[in-house]
Design a protein around this ligand. Structure first.
Ligand code: HDE
Length: 694
């Protein structure tokens, strides 16, 4: 009997079924029995009934019937990749954690996600993005389970199930999917004043990122770093993308969801496949008790940030994602993040939300993965020795060897022992920071958590005018989808406590007839908090156009020199040129050379690109002018304030599409113009194109 030759694949625990060329392996059952016929079930005669003894069919169908595991109750839709974290040593003085030693390179796995949508929902819903990182350190796994927004909707974990119920699809009808633009979500929000700061972030373009590669990440809670001597420093964690911040605009997001619902996951996959490895700096805000005491808000309140102007972000290392998963299910679906996964040198604070999360994540993994042995799955298994007396349970892969499975024991030999240490060659075991704890049992929110509007206002006033307008538009859009007028009005009652101009714009946008009074506030809104530039996306945009995509609309007869110059300029910037033609089979340029197209026009709308070049031949432009998809291509690029490179012949198409050229249009033809076009693209959007979106 021949066994198929398979080689184990690192990290997945899976086996490859493809051999590079050569002989195909033999198909077998799960028991390893070679299969002779995988096309027909075993029957009593060709037209007879199926036979129960068909073990191959029975096993195959049994396994298929059980392929699904429950999707995550939140953050169901996600995408992951492998990489590493490299420490620059900044935190050596503040933490004993091995992961922070200078030059230490720690393997990592990151899963990005949306929150509200189900597993099969589209990537560009208006939503918070999860940014969860598992560091496989030498002293165990550290999970930093963060988001791309530094604050949260609620202050107490007991409200999390209510919040999630209200945000997700409504229970009677099972929709809407992957969005908060419905009555239940805004009913809950408008009855939860503490969510106002987060609402400002979620209504901003932060909630429609261009891709995972262009967004920040935040640990949200205040954590502790602890030295070997037991000294503690408070820390807030940040991820800063090397490529700068970038978001799409709402109308674009809506269209991307139709054109490519996998826009974000495809972007990450492609970037890694092309060797353009996404990178983030790990930033930290470090502070002590004295700062915490004098800071205007409670550092344990997860609805508050510490402005970077007050405590600067220092860089502690970099995260690089350099390897795609081998198998989505084994890795991205089965990865189990737990906030309570910390390592010696990193500890919790009393942030109530963090404490609640520390309960929830372990619990949820048991439900999802079905066994307390989920840590045996390769993606979750630490890459350092694991030694204890835990045993058995469903799907056990690893039980202690030998006779001893308890402690204390008096058997001689090497059985695992505690390490209060340090011992030679062993660091001391995990010790919780001995924070003094005292209190009366109460169900009570701290008074220091009571200011719900001041930082919401600070966020809003820190935005550029265009970003303020996007927040107004988002609120008008979402509240227009809310049927109950009293909920719309209640929300305006909150906005009046944040900013009069914002409230006025939303009232106007909704045509709200009875304008409410500001809602009673537990604390008056502070007007003295200084605007923070770091809160704006536009003020923290890219420094170049690297990692972005130019979509070039081409036809037969496209000028060969223009195309070559564009290709060169795009490549020199580290960006990608995507050729969009009427037929995917390609086109012939003016010199008679044939090119394959990357996309057929209808499959490559301009919303998929950061900038466009419209470079048809004269005949090609006349043909494009008659195609709705071509007119949409330029009209959308215009409305989304993209930079447009163009050849003179494109004028016919622009005219038919009703697009007037402005300074965001850069001619392509003469020497150097392709470079000028890319130089313009570095600003990503031509915001000067006022009113284009309307
Ligand atoms: Fe989560 N959250 N969460 N969350 N969360 C989950 O765990 C929970 C919160 C975050 O890619 C669940 O494995 C509670 C804040 C991310 O696999 C669950 C509370 C932040 C992910 C859970 C919060 C997050 C989750 C669902 C309030 C940002 C996806 C599936 C007390 C700092 C991780 C799972 C991945 C996932 C509970 C609030 C981030 C149910 C109870 C705040 C990125 O355990």
């Amino acid at each position: 009997m021949t066994q198929p030759k398979t080689s184990p694949v690192e990290n997945t625990g899976g086996e490859t079924h493809q051999t590079a060329g050569g002989k195909s392996p033999v198909l077998t059952t799960q028991q390893g029995v070679p299969v002779s016929d995988d096309q027909n079930t075993l029957r009593a005669g060709p037209r007879g009934p199926a036979l129960l003894e068909d073990f191959h069919f029975r096993e195959k169908m049994f396994h298929f019937d059980h392929e699904r595991i429950p999707e995550r109750v939140v953050h169901a839709r996600g995408y992951g990749a492998h990489g590493y974290f490299e420490s620059n040593g900044l935190l050596e003085a503040a933490s004993r954690a091995a992961v922070f030693k200078k030059g230490e390179k720690t393997p990592a796995f990151v899963r990005f996600s949306t929150v509200a949508g189900n597993k099969g929902s589209a990537d560009l819903g208006r939503d918070v993005r999860g940014f969860a990182t598992k560091f496989y350190t030498k002293e165990g796994n550290w999970d930093l389970v963060g988001n791309n927004i530094p604050v949260f909707f609620i202050q107490d974990p007991i409200k999390f199930p209510d919040m999630v119920h209200a945000f997700k699809d409504e229970p009677d009808r099972g929709f809407p999917q992957a969005q908060t633009a419905h009555d239940n979500a805004w009913d809950f929000i408008s009855l939860t004043p503490e969510s106002m700061h987060m609402v400002m972030w979620v209504m901003s373009d932060r909630a429609i990122p261009r891709s995972f590669r262009f967004m920040e990440g935040f640990g949200v809670h205040t954590f502790r770093l602890v030295t070997a001597e037991g000294k503690s420093t408070f820390v807030k964690f940040h991820w800063k993308p090397k490529l700068g911040l970038q978001s799409v605009v709402w109308n674009e997001a809506v269209k991307i969801n139709g054109a490519d619902p996998d826009f974000h996951r495809r972007d990450l996959w492609d970037a890694i496949e092309q060797g353009a490895f996404p990178e983030w700096e790990l930033g930290v805000q470090l502070f002590d008790d004295a700062f915490a005491d004098k800071f205007a808000f409670d550092v344990l309140d997860p609805t508050k940030i510490i402005p970077e102007e007050e405590v600067p972000v220092q860089v502690a290392g970099r995260l690089v994602l350099d390897r795609n998963v081998d198998n989505f299910f084994l890795e991205t679906e089965q990865v189990a993040f737990c906030t309570q996964n910390v390592v010696p040198g990193i500890d919790f604070t009393n942030d109530p939300l963090l404490q609640g999360r520390n309960f929830s994540y372990l619990d949820t993994q048991l439900k999802r993965l079905g066994s307390p042995n989920f840590t045996h799955i390769p993606i979750n298994a630490p890459k350092c020795p694991v030694m204890n007396f835990q045993q058995d349970g469903h799907m056990a892969m690893r039980n202690p060897k030998g006779r001893v499975n308890y402690e204390p024991n008096s058997w001689s030999g090497a059985t695992p022992r505690e390490e209060p240490g340090p011992r030679e060659s062993h660091a001391a075991g995990y010790r919780s920071f001995p924070a003094a704890v005292e209190g009366t049992k109460v169900r009570q929110r701290s008074e220091t958590f009571a200011d719900h509007y001041s930082q919401a206002r600070q966020f809003y006033v820190s935005q550029t005018d265009i970003e303020k307008q996007h927040i107004q538009n988002a609120l008008v859009f979402e509240l227009s989808k809310v049927n109950r007028v009293d909920i719309r009005a209640r929300m305006v009652g909150h906005l009046l406590n944040i900013d009069q101009g914002l409230a006025d714009a939303v009232v106007k946008g909704l045509r709200l007839k009875d304008v409410p009074k500001p809602l009673p506030a537990a604390r008056p809104t502070r007007q003295d908090l200084k605007p923070s530039d770091k809160l704006s996306i536009i003020k923290n945009g890219p420094k170049n156009f690297a990692g972005r995509k130019v979509g070039a609309l081409v036809t037969d007869g496209t000028d060969a020199d223009v195309l070559a110059a564009l290709d060169k300029a795009v490549k020199a910037e580290g960006a990608t040129l995507v050729l969009v033609a009427p037929e995917v089979g390609g086109f012939k340029d003016s010199a008679g050379a044939s090119h394959d197209a990357h996309e057929k026009l209808e499959g490559g709308p301009s919303v998929l690109f950061d900038a466009v070049a419209v470079i048809p031949s004269k005949e090609g432009a006349a043909l494009l002018a008659e195609l709705p998809a071509a007119r949409d291509f330029v009209a959308d690029a215009y409305a989304h304030r993209k930079f447009v490179g163009y050849s003179p012949a494109a004028a016919a198409l622009f005219e038919k599409a009703g697009v007037a050229r402005d300074e965001g249009f850069v001619p392509l033809g003469k020497a150097g113009e392709a470079d000028a076009f890319i130089a313009a693209c570095r600003k990503v959007r031509f915001w000067g194109r006022a009113g284009a979106e309307r």
